[in-house]
Design a protein around this ligand. Sequence first.
Ligand SMILES: *Cc1c(COP(=O)(O)O)cnc(C)c1O
Length: 339
Amino acid sequence: MPDVKFAYPKHINLANLPTPVRYLSRISSRYGVEIYIKQDEMTGTALSGNKVRKLEFVLAHALEQNADTVITCGGAQSNHCRATAIAAAMAGLDCCLLLRTPDPLNPPETGGNILLDKMAGAEIVWITPEEYKRRDEFFEKQSKILQSQGKKPYIIPEGASDALGAWGYIKAMQEIKNDIAGLPEDKQTAIIHATGSGGTAAGLILGAKLHKVNARIASINVCDDRDYFTNIISNICKKAINDFNLDIEFSAQKDIEIIDGYVGRGYALSRPEELSLICEMAKTEGIFLDPVYTGKAFYGMIKELEKDPKCFGSRIIFIHTGGIFGLFSKSQEFAALFK
Ligand SMILES: *Cc1c(COP(=O)(O)O)cnc(C)c1O
């Protein structure tokens, strides 16, 4: 990459890269716009999705600090926690997960991501939603417990969405730049993806500037609202610019585009129309979206296209950020659609 004038922080190789880009011909002709999918659900098998790109940088730092255990947090069916458990196993680290559940004494069954967490040997500490809001306290508490056992813990924030984790999608943008260069004709491109903890969006925004990729980046939020995400994405971008001395101009107002209005029933809660679209995509294109992130974002993108087929221009790259195991925790809800 001769045009790159910045140094990447250290990373370890965990993901299968580059991921493929596929043209969705039937969906594209249905909506009258070119829709490509960047298949980051193929970064691995159990280790699929976007989190591994961030963990390549974060775990390199944990190893550099001589940590032997990583601690992170998320919802019960967190893809980030599952990816961390598996990446830790690949890197020879132990893993402790703080998982959110309404009743820690009656935790959810060992299905979906939780099964993979346990298989990968992660220690699970269940905490309530109320405790989760004060997760920094619980990170400290768990660190102390591990230290008293002679371990050297390293804390990874929710979603690995911090200035270091953002490098995962700064680097992915280098890949996307090549992907775009390989597409027929030169067309204005919109990159669309689901946002949940802001790190992917921050990386894409910074990456587009650093790699000089002329693309619109639109993030569809799966929880909270536009103001919340503008704020967290902006904070991650500013911290990365500052920590890594990045020579770029950044304006939250100009650079962050949040498409709000598709949270639906709330985080990780599905509406039948979202689940129907997931099935429709599986049937029409053989693409399996997830109920928590990509299904909602794709649904939002389609709804926007139905209002105005040209609202994203003539070419879209939708980033499939993974999450397939979340489907298995919703099998009852899906079953109702097949009746
Ligand atoms: C975590 C996650 C996202 C959101 O990425 P953030 O960087 O947390 O905003 C999107 N899709 C899937 C499948 C995820 O697991």
